[in-house]
Design a protein around this ligand. Sequence first.
Ligand code: SF4
Length: 286
Amino acid sequence: MDVIRDFDPWRDPLCTCPPKYGFNPYTGCSHKCLYCYITSYIPRAFDCRPKENLLRRVRRDIRRMDKLRVISMSNSSDPYPPIEAKLGLTRSCLETFAEEGCRVLVVTKSDLVKRDVDVLSEMATAVSVTVVTLDKELCRKLEPGAPPAERRLETMRELSEAGIPVSLRLDPLIPGLNDDHVEEIVEAASSCGVSHIVSSTFKPRPDSWRRVVGAFPELRSELAPLYFEKGMRHQNSWYLPLKLRRDLMEKVRKVCDENSITFASCREGFPELSTGRSCDGSHLIP
Ligand code: SF4
């Protein structure tokens, strides 16, 4: 397989995703989220560029893949960067997946996904939209290249009104920055038709740590001891202390329960808190 590959996040034993494929129509991502981890393994990670000869490569991979397995699009980029409005690469891939009966989980922060409602509503799909804050200024600072959160909420509403299942990624939660925004986000998502939420805490690597504390220097003295003294190192990332991570995930789960939304955590090690049939929302694909 060339561009549609087994999704295997560094063989992380904490990953609870069902077996699936990962597929990125673009290399790199222009959303430039401060907390993003792709800068640790993709050269020029915030310089988004289309993959060459993509459709030919996709068609070849489709002949070899297991069509019962979900294709997650995308985990190391957003399938709807601004240049997608002009290039239509993601749309062409979706049309091909639809013709071939492939099952697709679209993961995005962009309202451009609404353009493809006609294709999405005719195929086996679900859409996962990420929102980490509804605070306009914080959102602009944390995710400088991504559309504002209110447009993402509208997107969730329109997709779900079109009959497309929608989940929310409330990821990452960063103590002192957005951990107090959980209730507001979950309630807004609930009113937009979201039926599943997956959440996770910030797990910095050296580069994402530097970007986050560079933009929010006041967080350094609070977060550094939590990550580097009381927390733990897991693979190439630092984790918050176990109790704090569990408290944060239980907080999201409680608000999800109150809003009748299923919950899962991502790579936290608390599968017993899950109420959804999958962590990533792929169970919503019909
Ligand atoms: S949208 Fe995802 S891949 Fe793109 S910069 Fe943000 S976190 Fe990274």
